[in-house]
Design a protein around this ligand. Structure first.
Ligand SMILES: Cc1ncc(C[n+]2csc(CCOP(=O)(O)OP(=O)(O)O)c2C)c(N)n1
Length: 637
């Protein structure tokens, strides 16, 4: 049913719609959201929760001119539905289709391409102060919508501090649904809980609303708002002192599913000079009972369908992911060693740490979406004599670059970084691909950088890391774990593992593309090309002995990594060759080129980049031809 939604080409089509029609539209939008997740993994519960808020914002402001930033951007789907993208909605998160996050290439209504939490207040403030400096632009409103999960990010408080000082006309809508991906944690969460106890939102709400609705509708809106604030204080209803002290006018909490109330407040706030924080209470998963009951699963559910009797049939993948292999290995370490701790920055579910949270509540730390704090916090624990593991997505660790430098590497503290989703993450796209970590970790002295070649490497590598008296990082992709049967060489600092020595050429694989290299080498052998495979295991220190021997003795060498080529593993190999005075003209690096890779299934993206077995076969053939090897026989040069 899309009677109204199918006619919405842009938010201007909402003008003149009655409250009843807007509510009907909200229902149609929820149905469109359900249709997407019926077919593929996508963000769901967060989007269900902001449908009314999205409609209220678009009917109260004109975002062709005003500025709207959805923090993180995972809850952008309703906004996409009413900004001209409904008819493409079925392509959501498919390669070549709509992105699951804001994307300025899709629409002028999306200002920044984002996917990392906590930047909205800064960019909305920047937009406002940028507009204010230009003639004729000062009337533009700037709005940031941020969830209570993203709100505790350090950057948000930096921005609040700045905004309170600048006194710019800025609206922050705090979307409080009591959830991050998992239930929200921390002192600020408790503060928001207390604000929710405000009688304005609870039992007394009706009376207060009645009292406040006595405000004459005519007259100066600012005066009306001041009157309301005064009346709330008199009634002992005023909360939000923390925000008031920071220089914000705090309004709320109000019901984020009540379009009428939302628009009433938004319209009033438009006339307030200076920064305002509107505290809106929503239910994550609103309008779809299973999602409201289990918002953790329905944050980004795997495909499911509703059966006639209402039972959900969840299609589960049968393969075990690296994430699961790692979480079991961490569990085992915590069980064996009381000095081991683990921390996550709000990714308990994504990193499959829920069992660990239950089994070791004293040694499990969820810092909230505060990656830089998590790393410095781990450094403190390491200094105190513990062996902290920071279990984190590669892309989110970028938020902690300086803490890795100063608090960890400079002090040479034994913090272990488990970098999940290192590589192409698939349908999330460029904001989430974890392709930079090799490049940004390699330069730090003291830091050991490792990459398991397969599942067999994971447990011994974590063992090695926790026994090593210095920081260590270990990267693995969002992929099904593979096992390559072989006599397993023990993990030794700076030692690679030779799987097969090739006389014509060599693949030197950094990480789990090892499996595709092994397959490619087997196929090439059938063609008469003797190409070997090395499992590099260490990016730093590099096994220069073995790798330089390969460069010296093989006709060609292909380095392979699921990471940015620039500054990556292959670069490290070239640097080593250069240091040793070896020619590297016959070395070719395979990895992620110097551009952002769009969203799509990981397998499709890897294949497009020539980073699958077929691509490796082709690259080896090309190199063989280039150095003069034909059908397995080297030509006399
Ligand atoms: C820097 C960063 N860390 C972690 C994440 C992963 N992440 C995406 S959404 C989310 C929860 C956000 O909660 P909230 O802001 O309250 O929004 P809700 O989904 O509850 O509406 C997290 C942890 C991220 N996107 N960015």
């Amino acid at each position: 049913m899309d009677e109204l939604l199918s006619k919405i080409e842009s938010p201007s089509d909402l003008a003149g719609m009655s409250l009843v029609e807007l509510e009907q539209l909200a229902g149609e939008m929820r149905e469109a959201l359900r249709n997407v997740v019926a077919n593929r993994t996508a963000h769901f519960a967060s989007n269900l929760g902001v449908v009314e808020l999205c409609l209220a914002l678009h009917t109260s402001f004109d975002f062709r001119r005003d500025r709207l930033i959805w923090d993180t951007g995972h809850q952008i789907y309703p906004h996409k539905l009413i900004t001209g993208r409904y008819h493409e909605f079925g392509t959501m998160r498919l390669k070549g289709g709509l992105m699951g996050y804001p994307n300025p290439h899709e629409s002028d209504y999306d200002l920044f391409m984002t996917g990392h939490a906590g930047a909205s207040v800064s960019t909305a403030l920047g937009l406002k102060s940028g507009d204010d400096l230009q003639p004729g632009q000062q009337d533009r409103h700037s709005v940031a919508v941020i969830g209570d999960g993203a709100f505790p990010s350090g950057m948000v408080f930096e921005a609040l501090n700045n905004a309170g000082g600048l006194k710019k006309k800025l609206l922050i809508v705090l979307n409080d649904n009591k959830m991050s991906i998992c239930p929200r944690v921390g002192g600020l969460a408790q503060y928001l809980d207390r604000l929710r106890m405000n009688p304005f939102y609870t039992g007394l709400k009706q009376e207060v609303v009645k009292a406040l609705s006595k405000v004459p509708l005519l007259g100066d809106p600012v005066e009306r708002l001041l009157w309301q604030a005064k009346e709330s204080i008199k009634a002992g209803l005023h909360g939000g002192m923390l925000f008031e002290e920071l220089g914000f006018r705090y309004m709320g909490p109000i019901d984020g599913h009540n379009i009428g109330q939302l628009t009433k407040y938004l319209k009033l706030i438009k006339d307030v000079d200076g920064p305002v924080l509107l505290h809106v209470v929503t239910e994550k998963g609103h309008g779809f009972q299973p999602a409201a009951e289990d918002p953790v699963f329905f944050h980004t559910p795997a495909p499911f369908r509703c059966e006639e009797d209402g039972v959900l049939s969840i299609k589960k993948s049968s393969s075990r992911a690296y994430t699961n292999v790692v979480s079991e290995a961490i569990h085992d370490q915590l069980a064996r060693n009381p000095r081991v701790t683990v921390m996550t920055a709000a990714m308990c579910q994504g990193n499959n740490l829920e069992k660990i949270r239950g089994a070791f509540p004293d040694r499990f730390f969820d810092t909230g979406i505060c990656e830089s704090h998590a790393v410095a916090f781990a450094a403190g624990q390491a200094k105190a004599g513990l062996r902290p593991i920071v279990d984190i997505y590669s892309t989110f660790l970028q938020r902690s670059f300086d803490q890795i430098f100063q608090e960890v590497s400079l002090q040479n503290l034994p913090v272990t970084f488990m970098l999940d989703r290192a590589g192409l993450t698939g349908p999330d796209g460029p904001t989430h691909h974890g392709v930079f970590d090799i490049g940004y970790l390699r330069p730090f002295p003291n830091l050991v950088v490792m990459a398991p070649g397969d599942e067999y490497d994971v447990v011994p590598m974590l063992d090695f890391a926790l026994g090593h008296d210095a920081p260590v990082s270990l990267r693995y992709p969002k992929a099904a774990a593979e096992k390559h049967d072989r006599p397993l060489a023990p993990i030794e600092l700076g030692r690679s593992e030779v799987i097969d020595w090739g006389h014509d050429g060599m693949f030197i694989a950094c990480g789990t593309l090892l499996g595709s290299c092994i397959k490619a080498a087997a196929a090439l052998r059938e063609e008469g090309l003797d190409v070997g495979v090395i499992n590099a295991r260490f990016v730093k220190p590099l096994d220069t002995e073995t790798i330089l021997r390969a460069i010296e003795s093989c006709s060609f060498v292909l380095t392979v990594e699921e990471g940015a080529l620039m500054g990556g593993f292959g670069s490290a190999v070239l640097e080593a060759a250069s240091e040793a005075g070896l020619s590297a003209a016959h070395v070719r690096r395979l990895g992620i080129p110097d551009k952002y890779i769009e969203h799509g299934e990981r397998g499709e993206l890897l294949a497009d980049l020539g980073l699958d077995a077929a691509g490796f076969v082709q690259s080896a053939r090309d190199m063989a031809a280039r150095v003069g090897i034909v059908a397995g026989r080297r030509q006399v040069s």
